[in-house]
Ligand binder design. Structure first.
Ligand code: NOJ
Length: 755
C-alpha cells in the first residue's frame, strides 16, 4: 500500500488536487470538486464569519446518543461545531445532513471516534500488534478498521498511539507499540497508511491522529496523567522520533497529550506544537487537544482561568479543542483584545478545512460503505492471523507444545472463556457475542480431535474464591495435559488503569501453583494488557504462551498454535521485568560507568556480616540481579533457528553510505516456522553516551525444516545519527558494533567504523 500524494500533510506540503478547468460561476468555488484543495480552502475561508471560524475549532462529544434533532443538531446548524466524537452511529448521517444542508455554508462535520484496534472486528491490542513485528499485517488491520468505521460515518480516528512505553505499571502501555523507538516508528507508519488508505477522497479513508504529543508514556511512576521529566535530547531521540516519522507518512492530525513535561503542559507547549511540528517538520494538518486538556491547564497550575487556558492552548498550537469549550467561550474576546491574532485563527481553520476537503467530505459527505463490511469473513481472517502472529511462546520445556491430537485436555482459568475481556481495552464497538474464545475453538474446531474438559477454576481474573480451584485440580487427574488461561480482565489496563503491582491478580497464582503440583504437563496461556511479572508461574509451567489481549478471533488463533497448526512467531515488544521494582526497564539503556558484570552476589548468597564493599560496586539489584525475566524481541518457535556468518560488507563506511549486513539463518528443527530476525547496533563512543544496543531493522523469515537462507539488510549510515552535545542530529565518526540475531540479547559480533 502506498500513500496517495493527496495525503501528504508534512514537509512536502498539501497536494493541490487539480482535475479540471474553472467552475460554474453560480456555484461557490469551494463547492467545485474540480478546483484545487488550497483554492477551495481559501475561497471558503473568505466567506466565513468569525463565529463560523471559531466553530470549526470546537470539538464536542455527543456520548449518550443525542439525536439529530437535539442540542448538537442545533449547534451544528448554527456553525458552532467543527467535529463531533462518540456519535451514535444511527445519527451519523442525519447530523451530517444538518451540517451540509442546513448550516449557512454547508461545511461537513468531521465525525471521530477512538477506533484503536479495530472497529467491530477487534484485532489484538496495539501492544500485541507490535509483537507481530509484521508491519504489513498491522497496516491491513488499520485499513479494515477504517472500512468498518466508515460504514458508521466515522472518518477520523484517534490512533495510532505512538507513545514510547517503558513502564508496565502504566495502563496505557496496552495501547502502545511498546518500548522501542524503531519498532514504534515502523508500526506507527503502518497504521497511518492503513487508516488513511490510498486516496484522500476514498470514502473509506479515515484520518489518523498521532497521539499523545508528547512524552505521555514517561509518566512518573507509571501513574496515568502524571508529570514527565524528559530532557530535550531524550525527547527528540526517543519520544519525538515516531511522531516525526508519521508526519512524513502523511498523518493528518496530532493530539496534544495530558502530561506536563518539565513544567509545561503539552497543550500549552509552543516549542513542541509549533516550533518543532510545524516549523521543523512542516506539518500542515491540525492539532486537537486531548479531552479537556486545554481547560486542565488550570488544574496544572499553568493557567489562571478558562480564558487564559484558551489563549495559552491556541497560541501554543492547539487548533481544535476537544470537549472543554474554552475556545468557543473566549476566542472572540481574545481576538478583540489582541491576545490572539486573526491570521493564526485563519491558519488553524484552514488546516481543519483542508483535512475535510482531503477526506472528500465536501463532495461525498454521507455514508457509502455498506453495513455488511462489519465482521466480513476476510476481516475475521485477518484478525485471526494477527492474533496468531502476536502470541509469544516464552517457554516450551521438553517440547510440551504443540499438544497432540487424541489427548484429553483440561482447559481451565478465568480467561479461557472470557469473550468481553479477551477483546482488551478501548473497545467501544466490538461485540462480545462475536468473540471466539479458546473454549469455543477447542469445542468447535478441535472437538473431534481432542477431548476437552472445561473447569474454569476462577470466575474472573480478580476472583479470590478458591473452591473452583479444587474442581480444576480434581479434573486434571483425568487429563493428559492442562491448558490454564490466566491474565487480566480488559478493565485492568488502558487509560486511567495503572497498577502498582504486576503479579497475577486474584487467586490465579494459586491456581497455577496447584495445577503444577498435579504433575501433569502444564501450559499456561496469559491474556493481558501489559507484561506481567510472572516469573513464579513461568517456573511452575512446562510451557508459557503470552497473548496481549488478542481480540475477536483470539480463541482459534491460540488453539492453532497450541495444537501445532501454526508455529508461534510473536516477539516481546517490551522487556518483561522480574519484579515491578525494576521498572522502568528497557533494553536500549546506557551502559553506565559501572555496568553489571553478571557475577554479582545476590541477596540469598551474601555472607553474614559481609564487608561494605565485598559485593563489588556495579549497577544491579541485590534481590533481582540485573537482567529481566525476558528481554525485548524474545520469543520461541516450533522450529530451531541457528545464526551463522553474521557480517557487514565493509569494515569502514562514509556518512552517506549504506551498510549491507547479512546472516545465514538455518531452521535445524523439524517444523516449518517463522523467525523474526533482528539487527542491532551500538555506537561505542559519542559526544554524549549512547545506548548499549539499538534495534535498526527486523524481518520475518519463514523456513521449512532444514532450510537455510541468507538474510540481508540495507542500513543507511544516516540511521546511526543522534543528537550530539551540540543538539544537532548527526552521525559521529567512530567505531560501531553490529549483531543479527533472535532478540535484544544478541551479541554484537561485527565491528565497523564510520569516517
Ligand atoms: C482521552 C484519551 O487520552 C485519548 O487517547 C482519547 O483519544 C480521547 N480521550 C478521546 O476519547
Amino acid at each position: 500500500m502506498t500513500m496517495h500524494p493527496a495525503l501528504a500533510v508534512c514537509a512536502a506540503g498539501m497536494l493541490l488536487v487539480s482535475c479540471g478547468s474553472g467552475h460554474d460561476s453560480g456555484t461557490p468555488l469551494y463547492k467545485d470538486p474540480s478546483q484545487p484543495v488550497e483554492k477551495r480552502v481559501d475561497d471558503l475561508l473568505s466567506r466565513m464569519t468569525l463565529d463560523e471560524k471559531i466553530g470549526q475549532l470546537n470539538q464536542r462529544s455527543s456520548w449518550g446518543g443525542e439525536s439529530a434533532t437535539g442540542y448538537f443538531s442545533k449547534e451544528i446548524e448554527a456553525g458552532n461545531i467543527g467535529s463531533l466524537l462518540n456519535v451514535d452511529p444511527v445519527s451519523a448521517d442525519s447530523l451530517q445532513r444538518v451540517a451540509v444542508e442546513k448550516s449557512r455554508l454547508g461545511i461537513p462535520v468531521l465525525l471521530s471516534r477512538d477506533v484503536i484496534h479495530g472497529y467491530r472486528t477487534i484485532f489484538p491490542i496495539p501492544l500485541g500488534q507490535a509483537a507481530t513485528f509484521d508491519t504489513a499485517l498491522v497496516a491491513q488491520g488499520a485499513r479494515i478498521a477504517a472500512v468498518e468505521a466508515s460504514a458508521d460515518g466515522i472518518r477520523w480516528t484517534f490512533s495510532p498511539m505512538i507513545d514510547i512505553s517503558r513502564d508496565a505499571r502504566w495502563g496505557r502501555i496496552a495501547e502502545s507499540f511498546g518500548e522501542d523507538v524503531w519498532l514504534t516508528r515502523q508500526m506507527g507508519r503502518a497504521m497511518v497508511r492503513g487508516y488513511q488508505g490510498d486516496a484522500g477522497n476514498d470514502s473509506t479513508s479515515m484520518a489518523a491522529c498521532a497521539k499523545h504529543f508528547v512524552g505521555y508514556g514517561a509518566s512518573e511512576s507509571g501513574r496515568d496523567y502524571n508529570s514527565t521529566f524528559i530532557p530535550e535530547r531524550q525527547l527528540r531521540e526517543v519520544y519525538l522520533a515516531p511522531f516525526e516519522d508519521v508526519c512524513r507518512e502523511g498523518a493528518m492530525t496530532y493530539m496534544s497529550s495530558f502530561n506536563d513535561n518539565d513544567g509545561i503542559p503539552a497543550s500549552g507547549n509552543r516549542h513542541v506544537l509549533t516550533d518543532i511540528l510545524r516549523g521543523e517538520w512542516g506539518f500542515d494538518g491540525f492539532v486537537v487537544s486531548d479531552w479537556a486538556s486545554v481547560a486542565e491547564m488550570i488544574n496544572h497550575g499553568y493557567c489562571a482561568d478558562r480564558k487564559d487556558a484558551a489563549r495559552t492552548g491556541f497560541n501554543a498550537g492547539v487548533d481544535m479543542e476537544m470537549e472543554s469549550g474554552t475556545y468557543i467561550e473566549n476566542m472572540k474576546a481574545l481576538i478583540d483584545e489582541g491576545a490572539v491574532k486573526m491570521d493564526d485563527i485563519d491558519r488553524s481553520v484552514a488546516s481543519v478545512l483542508r483535512i475535510k476537503f482531503l477526506l472528500g467530505l465536501f463532495d461525498n459527505p454521507y455514508i457509502t460503505t455498506p453495513q455488511d463490511v462489519l465482521y466480513a469473513p476476510e476481516h475475521l481472517a485477518a484478525a485471526r492471523q494477527a492474533a496468531a502472529e502476536s502470541a509469544i511462546l516464552l517457554k516450551n520445556a521438553d517440547e510440551t507444545l504443540p499438544l497432540k491430537e487424541g489427548m484429553t485436555i483440561l482447559l481451565t482459568g478465568p480467561m479461557a472463556d472470557a469473550p468481553h475481556d479477551q477483546m482488551g481495552t478501548w473497545v467501544f464497538d466490538g461485540q462480545k457475542d462475536h468473540t471466539v474464545t479458546l473454549l469455543d475453538a477447542f469445542k468447535d474446531q478441535w472437538g473431534g480431535r481432542v477431548k476437552v474438559i472445561y473447569e474454569p477454576g476462577l470466575a474472573y481474573s480478580r476472583d479470590t474464591e478458591t473452591s473452583g480451584i479444587d474442581c480444576a485440580v480434581a479434573a486434571a487427574r483425568g487429563a493428559d495435559a492442562i491448558v490454564a488461561v490466566v491474565g487480566e480482565e480488559a478493565i485492568l489496563s488502558g487509560e486511567a488503569h495503572s497498577m502498582a503491582d504486576l503479579n497475577l491478580v486474584g487467586a490465579q497464582s494459586e491456581l497455577i501453583g496447584r495445577l503444577a503440583k498435579t504433575g501433569k504437563p502444564l501450559v499456561t496461556v496469559v491474556m493481558a494488557g501489559r507484561p506481567l511479572t510472572i516469573g513464579k508461574e513461568v517456573e511452575e509451567s512446562d510451557a508459557v504462551l503470552y497473548s496481549f489481549h488478542p481480540g475477536t478471533m483470539g480463541g482459534p488463533a491460540l488453539a492453532d498454535i497450541l495444537m501445532g497448526e501454526i508455529s508461534p512467531s510473536g516477539r516481546t515488544p517490551v522487556t518483561f521485568a522480574k519484579t515491578v521494582g525494576q521498572l522502568p526497564m528497557y533494553y536500549s539503556h546506557k551502559n553506565t560507568g559501572r555496568p553489571a558484570a553478571g557475577t554479582e552476589v545476590l541477596i540469598d548468597d551474601i555472607e553474614l556480616e559481609a564487608g561494605q564493599t565485598s559485593l563489588g560496586c556495579t549497577s544491579f539489584w541485590l534481590d533481582a540481579g540485573f537482567g529481566p525475566l525476558f528481554p525485548f524481541g524474545y520469543g520461541l518457535t516450533y522450529g530451531d533457528f541457528r545464526y551463522s556468518n553474521v557480517k557487514t560488507d565493509k569494515n569502514a563506511y562514509g556518512k552517506d553510505d549504506t551498510i549491507h549486513a547479512s546472516a545465514v539463518l538455518t531452521n535445524s528443527g523439524k517444523r516449518e516456522a517463522t523467525e523474526v530476525v533482528q539487527l542491532y547496533v551500538r555506537d561505542l563512543v559519542g559526544s554524549v553516551t549512547r545506548p548499549v544496543k539499538e534495534l535498526k531493522e527486523f524481518r520475518r523469515v519463514t523456513l521449512a525444516p532444514g532450510e537455510s537462507v541468507t538474510v540481508d539488510f540495507d542500513l543507511p549510515v544516516s540511521e546511526l545519527a543522534f543528537y550530539g552535545q551540540d543538539m544537532q542530529r548527526n552521525v559521529e565518526a567512530g567505531e560501531f558494533t553490529l549483531g543479527i540475531g533472535p532478540d535484544s540479547d544478541t551479541e554484537l559480533s561485527c565491528s565497523f567504523t564510520v569516517k
